[in-house]
Design a protein around this ligand. Structure first.
Ligand SMILES: *[C@@H]1O[C@H](CO)[C@@H](O)[C@H](O)[C@H]1NC(C)=O
Ligand SMILES: *[C@@H]1O[C@H](CO)[C@@H](O)[C@H](O)[C@H]1NC(C)=O
Ligand SMILES: *[C@@H]1O[C@H](CO)[C@@H](O)[C@H](O)[C@H]1NC(C)=O
Length: 276
């Protein structure tokens, strides 16, 4: 009886302490780029965006029907960041809104990406938001998308002259992990790092928060549990898809720190200008 009361009291307190800790803990990969932004010595990304637009850069987006890709596509089109945007995917998507009128869509077979080299030719910036889950695709399907498709896209992009490649990876990505998900993500990061892009920006968001229609019941419950935490401690363990998209755009227009940049969950929030 008393034991039950103790648990009821102690558990939420312990949980709150852990969250507070996560919220305040510094990222291991605290980048000078993000630090400069925080202290205000980096000029405002908003003015950089205007300069960047004048350069008439082109970009492609892979995985543009996924959670992050969808929002990213919308944001780059609304913001006019690039003079040309190519959405590369498996099937054509019908868009009604005006913002999509100049969008180019290229349909490819990801299992034979070598046949589509032309699609990637001369595109300056690449965003890879490809990804599935083991639940949806099975173990082999998951590896095929999150490793093979990602890595092959990187190769095609590099061959086509891509200078800046962005990869949406995941919190905890680690090629030495015992678990399938972080291991696959870590290996994909390494394979892309090995390609020596002029600039490779890797994002490792925590739980992605969005309003997705096709959400599965289990995930919906999980997200419902995470939502209050997300609101109270932004950056502790979650990232909204809009925050991720903003961070990617701001990263694009800011000068590079080093050839391979890794942005952990908290750095993503900083890069998006949502946290000091
Ligand atoms: C970008 O495009 C605009 C309009 O087409 C043109 O006036 C400008 O010279 C271009 N800038 C560069 C750097 O190519
Ligand atoms: C990256 O390169 C290193 C050194 O050449 C190699 O050992 C490693 O297997 C490569 N990783 C991937 C995932 O291709
Ligand atoms: C980039 O960061 C600034 C804050 O530094 C923020 O106001 C802006 O919304 C971000 N840009 C984009 C495209 O989201």
């Amino acid at each position: 009886m008393t034991c039950g009361i103790w648990i009821a009291v102690c558990f939420p307190i312990a949980f709150a302490i852990i969250l507070q800790y996560l919220y305040n803990k510094e990222d291991q990969t605290s980048l000078s780029l993000v630090a400069r932004m925080a202290e205000g010595s980096e000029s405002n990304p908003d003015s950089r965006i205007e300069e960047y637009k004048k350069m008439n850069k082109s970009a492609f987006i892979l995985g543009y029907t996924g959670e992050v890709g969808k929002v990213l596509l919308e944001e780059v089109l609304k913001g006019g960041t690039f003079s040309r945007v190519v959405a590369i995917g498996r099937r054509k998507v019908e868009y009604k809104d005006e913002i999509y009128k100049n969008l180019e869509q290229e349909i490819v077979d990801f299992d034979k990406l070598e046949d589509h080299a032309k699609v990637f030719e001369g595109i300056d910036v690449g965003f890879c938001c490809l990804g599935t889950t083991r639940g949806k695709a099975g173990v082999e399907g998951f590896k095929r998308v999150d490793y093979d498709y990602v890595v092959n896209s990187g190769k095609m992009a590099k061959a086509g002259g891509c200078k800046h490649f962005h990869l949406v990876s995941s919190q905890g990505a680690d090629k030495n992990s015992f678990f399938l998900y972080p291991k696959t993500k870590g290996l994909a990061e390494e394979a892309l790092t090995n390609m020596s892009f002029d600039r490779l920006s890797i994002y490792r968001p925590g739980v992605l928060m969005c309003n997705r229609q096709e959400s599965r019941p289990g995930e919906a419950i999980f997200r419902a549990l995470v939502t209050p935490i997300h609101k109270a401690f932004p950056g502790a363990m979650s990232t909204s898809t809009l925050t991720a998209a903003k961070a990617m755009i701001n990263c694009t227009v800011l000068p590079k720190d080093k050839s391979v940049e890794i942005f952990e969950n908290k750095a993503i929030h900083r890069l998006a200008g949502e946290r000091k």
